[in-house]
Write a protein that binds this ligand. Structure first.
Ligand code: GLY
Length: 431
């Protein structure tokens, strides 16, 4: 097990003193107009990162995509393409799929019915980053983040500014709210619950009261839609009642039969899906990309972790790359992806670094399992030598199946995630 060890005060003192001396030296040199200002600090850093040898085969790590994009991206890497191009290729396939309601075209909208996308990229070889947030009308959010990185002196552009920038750079504006997503939103608008809190980290938050099965008057159903995300057997009658109620309402609203069950599920358990991809080539170059439509039914302007460099995505060319899917608010508070990479810098394996970062998330709740039950997080972690891991706060999906991630290192496969807690998250919706 890896534990983050605090540096002794003596080292902090000496680092501070070194920093002061080196600042003084640079100042003196620049005053004198001397080239000595370019001289590297002669004192080696006691926390100097470990060095890693590149892998013999490229490696890609991501979530399940149910398409060919990971195979295609791997072929790109084998042909010598840039690692960020490969990572964006996988994101773009999800952004183009209208049936993926967690990203790009077809993403579920905010509470006003407007699709707002978040994305970020980090390019290891040039040590640069780009990001967009609350982006409207442009489906390729990851590519736009890349364009921010390559074409501007900024790292992050948000809202209207991001859309205007995209159009100026030749991206095609379009309405991202598909007919199916609009219908699901209409059902939520009529019968769903919003995100106006109190949030799960609020002292005022209380767990939802479980309604005894059979005790739900039909008339009360619209205002009693909250349920555990992964209900147990005793919840089944209540779940079935709510699903029947919502499917029936969906039918009356003209939602086609093929979409009714999905619409009902999205009202009861709003999507939090995202895609993160980290890619590494045989030169040891690596990049990361993360793209999402964020939390379904979010308050307009809400920005999650995906576009936050260091939270939803972080790549350090010396060490590794990491990214996240799950409750963005929680991941922002622990700068998850950066924390993971920094722990690896200090010697943790990808799995140890991921689990330690999840412990920090749990620590923010004093390990209060009543609250942690309502949260979820998965990290995707790739080290420069090709070692990898994916770790999850909770072990299983609602089906009882262990959570999985996708890796391609010459062979494309899924592997089970490591996890901090045994069981399933109860609900993404804490109210
Ligand atoms: N992790 C995606 C979001 O919270 O927006």
């Amino acid at each position: 097990m890896f534990y983050y060890s605090a540096r002794p005060p003596k080292e902090i003192m000496s680092t501070t003193r070194r920093a002061f001396l080196s600042r003084s030296a640079i100042l003196a040199a620049s005053v004198a107009g001397s080239a000595a200002a370019q001289t590297p600090n002669p004192h080696p850093n006691p926390d100097a990162p470990l060095t890693f040898q590149p892998p013999r085969r490229p490696v890609i790590i991501t979530r399940e995509t149910l398409d060919n994009s990971v195979t295609e991206a791997y072929a790109l890497l084998e042909q010598g393409a840039d690692t960020l191009e490969a990572a964006i290729h996988v994101c773009q396939a999800r952004e183009d799929d209208p049936s993926d309601h967690s990203v790009g075209l077809g993403g579920l909208p905010n509470e006003d019915g407007i699709v707002e996308l978040d994305a970020s990229v980090m390019h290891g070889p040039t040590r640069r980053a780009g990001s967009v947030a609350a982006l409207t009308n442009i489906r390729h959010a990851a590519k736009l983040a890349d364009t921010v990185m390559r074409r501007t002196a900024h790292v992050m552009i948000v809202g209207n500014g991001a859309e205007k920038f995209a159009v100026a750079e030749g991206f095609e504006p379009e309405n991202l709210l598909t007919d199916d997503a609009r219908k699901i939103w209409l059902l939520w608008k009529e019968h769903g619950i919003g995100w106006w809190g109190p949030g799960i980290d609020s002292p005022d938050w209380k767990p939802p009261v479980a309604t005894p099965p059979g005790a739900i008057p039909q008339a009360a159903l619209p205002s009693m839609l909250q349920l555990p995300r992964h209900p147990t057997r005793e919840h089944l009658p209540a779940v079935e009642a709510r699903m029947r109620f919502l499917s029936d309402r969906a039918g009356r609203m003209g939602i086609p039969a093929r979409l009714r069950a999905e619409a009902a599920l999205q009202v009861l358990w709003p999507t939090t899906g995202t895609i993160h991809v980290s890619a590494l080539n045989t030169k040891g170059e690596m990049s990361g990309a993360t793209s999402t439509s964020g939390l379904a039914w979010k308050i307009p302007g809400r920005v999650g972790d995906s576009p936050i460099i260091g939270a939803g995505c972080y790549t350090d060319q010396d060490i590794g790359s990491a990214g996240a899917t799950g409750n963005g608010e929680e991941n922002i508070k622990i700068a998850g992806a950066h924390t993971i990479v920094d722990l690896m810098r200090r010697g943790a394996t990808p799995k140890e670094a991921g689990l330690e970062t999840l412990r920090r998330l749990a620590r923010n709740y004093n390990n209060d399992m009543t609250r942690l039950r309502y949260l979820d997080m998965i990290y995707y972690i790739l080290r420069k030598d090709g070692a990898y891991a994916s770790v999850s706060l909770w072990s299983t999906r609602g089906t009882g199946e262990q959570k999985k991630f996708v890796v391609h290192d010459g062979t494309l496969r899924t592997e089970p995630c490591d996890y901090l807690f045994e069981g399933t998250t109860q609900s993404i919706h804490p109210f």
